[in-house]
Design a protein around this ligand. Structure first.
Ligand code: NYM
Ligand code: MG
Length: 217
């Protein structure tokens, strides 16, 4: 592919557990691939790598970790994937990422650890590629709990999730340069998918994609 062809867009989907992120990412990826754009789904944490396996043991309760060390593992799990993501973008592939640095900062900061606030938690994300678009699937922790499946992994309690939801908003306020679109995730799967598709379409029409992408600050 010549260097004159456009790079792919880096899109991140964020939200609470059970907000429908994974289904919506997949629907968008399938839609883009079927309509002639190339798109690839990427998920964090990537539980298949050595850091991801440690993260999985922690999340499923079979291993303990210090709050800081698990935080750094989640961040390392992103950093180790970045070269391949940048290459795919350069190749013209749209990358749709299911959770990214925003989850990384807020889930850690939601713990009752006075040494681990948003500032500390965000610091190791600085320098990662900045998404061209962040879609936040907003859902109350009560609605998320009603969707079932809560409580299987660490962090899946309503108290933790409602702190996470508030911290997402605190973090977004601190990051005015992030291109953020909040989407009500309380509607039907089809309605949410339509809104995501429309938002992505509008974004792509106007997008002037820097190459390589800017960096998170
Ligand atoms: N999580 C996810 C973090 O605590 N830090 C991170 O950096 C990321 C990417 O892991 N409850 C948390 C949020 C989720 C859990 O993610 C597993 P998922 O999307 O449920 O597999
Ligand atoms: Mg989950």
């Amino acid at each position: 592919m010549s260097s004159a062809s456009p790079r792919g867009a880096l899109v991140v989907v964020e939200g609470l557990d059970r907000s429908g992120k994974s289904s919506q990412c997949q629907i968008l990826v399938d839609h883009l691939n079927q309509s002639g754009s190339k798109a690839q789904y990427v998920k964090f944490p990537d539980r298949s790598t050595p850091t991801g396996k440690m993260i999985n043991s922690y999340l499923t309760g079979s291993a303990q970790q210090d709050d800081h060390s698990i935080h750094l593992l989640f961040s390392a799990n992103r950093w180790e994937a970045i070269q391949s993501i940048l290459q795919m973008l350069e190749f013209g592939m749209n990358i749709i990422i299911d959770r990214y640095s925003f989850s990384g900062a807020v889930y850690s900061a939601a713990k009752d650890n006075p040494n681990l606030g948003l500032d500390w938690a965000w610091a190791c994300e600085v320098g990662l590629p900045k998404p061209d678009l962040v879609l936040f699937l907003d859902l109350s922790s009560e609605e998320a709990a009603r969707r079932g499946g809560y409580g299987e992994e660490r962090y899946e309690t309503q108290q933790m999730q409602s702190r996470v939801r508030a911290l997402f908003q605190d973090l977004f306020k601190r990051l005015p340069n992030v291109n953020l679109k909040q989407i009500n995730a309380g509607c039907s799967i089809d309605d949410v998918a339509t809104e995501i598709r429309t938002t992505f379409g509008r974004f792509v029409e106007q997008a002037k994609l820097e190459r390589p992408p800017e960096k998170l600050q």
